[in-house]
Design a protein around this ligand. Structure first.
Ligand SMILES: O=C(O)[C@H](O)COP(=O)(O)O
Length: 475
């Protein structure tokens, strides 16, 4: 379950600064730049790539993702990932990452430009000059000083806008903008949208522009891009200053996001870091060397649970023990889910796959371990109508072992490797039964026992898989 990403060939399907290609190629990753592909061309090309880099123009639909049989990672050179079907990518085990900060300043500056331009009707005045007019009365504007600005979503860009607008003497509120907001605003309110078209009800905006309740709008983004229907009516409206999604279109922002996405890909391939992942945020922690044996333990516990329940785990609870283990819970749970789900699963898709297959995997944490180890992990799952708990830990530097079966502690930690059979019964009887089944075809490596008498759990490590009617797993 150790995390690794091997990228041979990446497709860049939107107009991304050339430094992206240069950086990837310098790190041994082949790159094809093919912009303006039709949907059909993209579907035909995508199976040849294990990485894809886009901006907002390429629609990475579930169909494209399904066709991308070899895709391992999709990178967005920019912020918004609404053009990527993230659930479909997650289900297929594909990492989706963006460059969350690269175009913040450019988008914030574009927002401020639109706010200022709206207040002074600059675009309309310019258009009238170009039409040969000199209309000073018509374009009487208003000062920004003393006005109130409501920012919907005070994230990175919102904060930068607030910061800049405060220097104009504008009071900033945080507020939610809903369909019913226009009547609550001052008559003549101005609206600026540099985020996504869908966050404003465009039909409602149009009506409010017509009625005068909204005094004007600066729109950089539209529900449909390029604008059609109501979006196009808004783009054409005399009270609207419209731009073709230019928020991030500056030389600086485009160089930054292109460089960032290329470097993020290279770092991920080299196992250095995983930055900007949007669909499995715990992966960055899973990459750390100290996480590797715990990922392996989690996956093996999941495999044993699947074996003991004959693949019918319907519910499992993963518990991490030890104060330092709390942050590891998410990736260990993903590793356990991958173990339960089998070979198709990886850390990105295991939780989604488990959910889809009706297996509920939850996690919990306890600071105390209750065993002579600093940390441990257990999985409680339903097997033969009753709950079974397997508890494991990591010994030495990186050896995953099983230490407890329900409340029974093993006489010695059981290495979770090789062929293991799990048998309930008195150890003497179990061995008497097993030994004759071997002979020349294999041998018993070691036996570990938890508990005593007929209720003992006997784990037998053998040189090959036994078909003796006992649950036996190759780890
Ligand atoms: O989400 C973003 O990063 C911005 O909207 C910019 O989109 P673009 O890369 O398509 O210009």
């Amino acid at each position: 379950m150790a995390f690794s990403l091997n990228l041979k060939r990446v497709l860049i399907s939107d107009s991304v600064d050339n430094c992206c290609k240069t950086i990837l190629e310098a790190n041994g990753i082949a790159v094809d730049l093919k912009t303006k592909l039709t949907k059909e061309e993209l579907l035909a090309a995508i199976p040849n790539y294990d990485g894809l880099i886009v901006r907002s123009a390429t629609k990475v639909t579930a169909e494209v993702i399904r066709a991308g049989k070899n895709l391992k990672i999709i990178g967005r050179a920019g912020t918004g990932v609404d053009n990527i079907d993230i659930p479909a990518a997650s289900l297929q085990g594909i990492i989706v990452m963006n460059t969350p900060g690269g175009n913040t300043i450019s988008a914030a500056e574009q927002t401020c430009v639109l706010i200022s331009t709206l207040a002074r009707h600059t675009a309309q005045a310019d258009a009238s000059m170009k039409a040969g007019k000199w209309d000073r009365k018509k374009y009487m504007g208003s000062e920004l000083l003393g006005k109130t600005l409501a920012i919907v979503g005070l994230g990175r860009i919102g904060r930068e806008v607030a910061h800049r607008m405060q220097s104009y003497g504008v009071t900033v509120r945080e507020r939610l903008l809903g369909d019913k907001t226009f009547p609550l605003c001052k008559k003549g309110v101005y609206v600026v949208n540099c985020a996504r078209g869908g966050i404003i009800d465009e039909a409602s905006l149009l009506r409010n522009l017509e009625s005068g309740q909204c005094g004007g709008a600066g729109l950089d983004v539209f529900e449909t891009e390029p604008p059609t229907g109501v979006s196009a009516q808004l783009a054409q409206h005399p009270k609207v200053i419209a731009c073709p999604h230019l928020g991030a279109s500056t030389v600086e922002a485009q160089t930054r996001v292109a460089k960032e996405i290329a470097e993020q890909f290279v770092d991920a391939v080299q196992g250095k870091s995983l930055f900007g992942v949007v669909n499995a945020t715990f992966l960055a922690d899973a990459l750390k060397p100290q996480a590797q044996p715990w990922l392996s333990l989690g996956e093996k516990l999941g495999k044993v649970a699947a074996c003991l329940s004959q693949g019918k785990v319907a519910k499992a609870t993963v518990t991490t023990y030890g104060a330092d283990m709390k942050p590891a819970g998410r990736y260990i749970t993903a590793a356990v889910s991958a173990g339960i789900m089998g070979s198709e699963a990886n850390l990105v898709n295991s939780s989604v796959m488990a959910k889809e297959k009706g297996c509920q995997v939850s996690s919990t944490h306890m600071d105390t371990v209750g065993l002579p180890y600093p940390a441990a992990v257990s999985i409680t799952f339903n097997c033969d109508g009753k709950d079974t708990t397997l508890t494991g830990t990591v010994v030495g530097l990186d050896v995953p072992v099983l230490v407890k079966f329900d409340s029974l502690v093993f006489s010695g930690a059981v290495p979770l490797s090789g062929n293991l059979s799990f048998v309930k019964g008195s150890p003497g009887k179990v061995l008497a039964d097993l030994v004759p089944k071997f002979g020349e075809n294999g041998s018993i490596n070691y036996v570990h026992v938890a508990g005593g008498g007929a209720e003992s759990i006997v784990v037998v490590s053998t040189s090959s898989q036994i078909s003796a009617g006992y649950p036996c797993i190759a780890l």
